[in-house]
Write a protein that binds this ligand. Structure first.
Ligand code: C2E
Ligand code: MG
Length: 723
């Protein structure tokens, strides 16, 4: 094709020189460029170089006649590419018919009307160009339609399907061919058909695109469709129908992710807060009270630590399910108004759940829900085949009394929940102003503790461990205290849980370890017997990576013999230890450090778990020691001692307070004892005195103030083998 801006090229094929000359003169006047050929063969040769925009072709020629030439042209170019005007004899109808059969675009009969010929050529040229453009347009549209995922329907105003085309990879709603000529009401469910028919009418009447969303039950379940209808002429509309099921599912999934807790399927924090806002707005208008219950499972962390996270997750799911089912059913029965059914639940994260009661007429109702929630959870859960008992502490805040917005209600319910925990768990507390000061106290404790660590307000006390057979000191346990500038000596139970929660425990633990190791080395340098040093490692310290690095660095820095160091781990940590932690334990064990399980028997560990880990000792929980003397009996203690010894473990009995307990433990073969009977936790100077004199500070054996009832020499060396 020649460039559009140049003049159109015409080729005249005619054996008559005069006719050619006249045609040429005419076409030049009509702004054509002109080439001439005296016969068909040369005409076709000219076209080889590039097709012209139009051909004027004489029918009657010697050799190849015009019909043949036209046929050959059509073999290569169609009428929109190269239009051909044939010049026939006067009113020769037969020739005219043949000319069209051969593919001519138009004809002119001799004698030629010259001015008309020029117009005709121009007209034919324009018509072929339009036809070409139309064809290209059609091709483009056909390509678009082919590539479209939509099904395309043409629907008449009366709702009849006039035309249908399946979309690219679209699954037809019904077998193809099944639509055309049928009414929508026959092929689609009545509701859908009516909606589409309405949209067809609107599209035609208003001349605007209409959109209809609908669902259809299909073999593989319910599918969603979107139809867009555009008017097409005065009596029909084109409907593009797309299967939007996947998109719909994605939207739903995104909504679920954004608004629901993935584990329990309960609304999440964001969702809950939105609902609280909504309910508060309504409550303000209707002058209602709204209660928010904040629920935290008691001891969940321990279950998580001892049974593993998967079991923890399973438990949370069961708790959520039970809350939803039982509570809702129960409460709707108790207060059968529609609003009660709208009680909202959420899981805020971890083991924290919330319940919103949107219409509280009487605080007794809220208390009843709290009690019921607790009783619903009091039946044991089965997790991983094991029965697990949980309880919940619940804090309650009420709008408008305890807060005007979602955030403050939540904060106050949380504070009340903490208070419930402090009251001994498994109980509920209403928020009261005094709790606000407690919450503030807690946060000031946190910041004070951070300062305490930096400013050296921590102190270490040491409690002796003695050999059961003769009462000689065999070891000491380092126990931390906080020398608070105003409050005096603060016990670990009052600040370690906070440190454990906010992460300060890492610094505290490292400080304890370093200080205690240094102390032992100092005694050693002073020529005193160096007892085995037990240091407590908190769960968070144990779980954080880098235990090996920290401990080995302290060993290197202080120069303590690693064999003297014993790290006490809570039982919960060893039940389901992470692999990296076990690896750190092995490395430390290789170094010579020993591990002991603290409060053995109080948790879920078994001797089997112990066997799999590099554990060197178990410390029997105080409760067993207490229960070992009448009216209790010593069977459990004896069994633990016996089992531990079969596994080659050292055993320490904790909390030995009376000579009777000591006697029972001696009889049970427990090698080491620790407790007030032999000495309370004391400062380093007093331990030094004990090490020099061999006397323990507390009531000695038989209450005579001496360890083991004998007075060893001022330097009482203990052979390492005794430890
Ligand atoms: P624990 O490891 O079980 O330490 C023994 C606790 O029992 C000590 O309490 C000790 O004073 C007390 N105790 C010792 N003998 C007797 C007895 O005969 N009767 C009774 N009733 N109690 C006795 P303390 O010092 O208050 O420590 C409490 C807990 O705080 C420790 O329990 C330990 O888990 C933790 N803790 C103390 N210091 C540290 C530390 O430096 N790091 C870590 N991570 N935890 C520590
Ligand atoms: Mg301990």
């Amino acid at each position: 094709m020649r460039p559009a801006e140049s003049r159109p090229l015409a080729i005249i094929i005619d054996d008559d020189d005069v006719t050619r000359m006249l045609v040429r003169a005419t076409l030049l006047k009509f702004d054509f460029e002109v080439l001439e050929a005296p016969d068909g063969r040369r005409g076709l040769e000219l076209m080889e170089a590039g097709p012209p925009d139009i051909v004027l072709l004489d029918v009657d020629m010697p050799g190849m006649d015009g019909f043949e030439v036209c046929r050959r042209i059509r073999d290569r170019w169609d009428a929109t590419e190269v239009p051909v005007i044939m010049i026939t004899g006067m009113n020769d109808v037969d020739s005219i018919n043949r000319a069209y059969e051969c593919g001519a675009s138009d004809f002119t009969a001799k004698p030629i009307n010259w001015p008309v010929l020029g117009h005709r050529a121009r007209y034919v040229l324009r018509a072929s160009q339009s036809a070409r453009e139309l064809r290209e347009l059609e091709e483009r549209q056909a390509a678009i339609v082919r590539a479209m995922p939509d099904m395309i329907f043409r629907i008449g105003r009366d709702g009849t399907c006039l035309d249908f085309k399946d979309g690219f990879r679209s699954k037809a709603m019904l077998p193809p061919g099944g639509f055309v000529g049928k009414s929508l009401s026959v092929i689609l469910p009545p509701g859908v058909a009516a909606a589409l028919a309405r949209a067809v009418g609107h599209a035609i009447d208003r001349g605007e695109v209409q959109s209809v969303l609908f669902q259809l039950p299909m073999d593989d379940g319910l599918r969603h469709f979107e139809a867009r209808l555009a008017p097409c002429g005065s009596d029909s509309a084109i409907a593009l129908v797309r299967d939007v099921t996947a998109q719909k599912r994605d939207e739903e999934r995104i909504h679920r992710l954004a608004y629901f807790d993935a584990l329990t399927g309960m609304p999440n924090r964001g969702h809950f807060l939105e609902r609280v806002d909504g309910e508060l707005a309504r409550a303000r208008r209707e002058d209602r009270r709204v209660a928010l219950l904040f629920l935290d499972l008691d001891g969940f962390k321990r279950i998580n630590d001892s049974l593993g996270h998967a079991a923890g997750d399973e438990l949370l799911k069961s708790v959520a399910a039970r809350l939803k089912e039982n509570l809702r059913a129960g409460d709707v029965m108790a207060r059968p108004t529609a609003r009660d059914a709208a009680m909202h639940y959420a899981r805020l994260g971890g083991d924290e759940f919330t319940i919103l009661l949107p219409d509280v007429k009487d605080i007794e109702f809220v208390k009843m829900i709290a009690r019921r929630t607790q009783s619903v959870l009091s039946r044991p859960f089965t997790v991983d085949g094991e029965e697990v008992a949980v309880s919940a502490s619940i804090g309650i805040s009420v709008f408008p009394d305890d807060g005007d917005d979602a955030a403050s209600l939540l904060r106050h319910a949380d504070a009340a929940m903490y208070h419930a925990k402090e009251q001994g768990r498994n109980n509920w507390q209403l928020y009261s102003r005094s709790l606000a000061s407690r919450a503030a106290a807690r946060s000031s404790l946190e910041s004070e503790l951070a300062r305490a660590v930096k400013e050296g307000q921590l102190r270490l006390l040491y409690q002796p461990q003695v050999l059961a057979k003769d009462g000689r000191i065999a070891g000491i346990e380092a126990l931390v205290r906080w020398q608070h500038p105003e409050r005096g000596l603060v016990l670990p139970e009052d600040f370690l849980p906070v440190a454990e929660q906010n992460g300060l425990i890492a610094d505290i633990g490292e400080w304890v370890l370093r200080t205690a190791c240094r102390q032992v080395c100092e005694w050693q340098r002073a020529g005193l017997f160096a007892p085995r040093l037990a240091v407590n490692v908190s769960p968070r310290q144990a779980r954080a990576p880098g235990l090996f690095r920290t401990v080995s660095a302290v060993i290197a820095e202080t120069g303590i013999a690693p064999e003297l160091l014993e790290l006490e781990l809570a039982e919960a940590i060893v039940v389901n230890p992470d692999e990296p932690f076990v690896e750190e334990m092995r490395l430390l064990r290789q170094l010579g450090v020993r591990f002991a399980i603290d409060d053995y028997g109080s948790g879920h560990s078994s001797m089997n778990t112990v066997r799999r880990l590099p554990i060197g000792a178990v410390k029997i929980d105080r409760s067993f020691v207490r229960a070992a003397t009448p009216p209790g009996d010593a069977s459990v203690t004896k069994a633990i001692v016996a089992m531990a010894q079969t596994l080659g473990l050292d055993v320490v009995a904790k909390g030995v307070e009376t000579v009777e307990q000591r006697a029972v433990l001696q009889a049970a073969g427990c090698p080491r004892l620790q407790g007030y009977l032999f000495g309370q936790p004391v400062p380093a100077e007093m331990v030094e005195f004990m090490l020099r004199t061999g006397r323990t500070a507390g009531a000695g054996a038989g209450g005579r103030g001496q360890a083991g009832g004998r007075v060893p020499g001022s330097r009482q060396p203990l052979r390492q083998a005794d430890m």
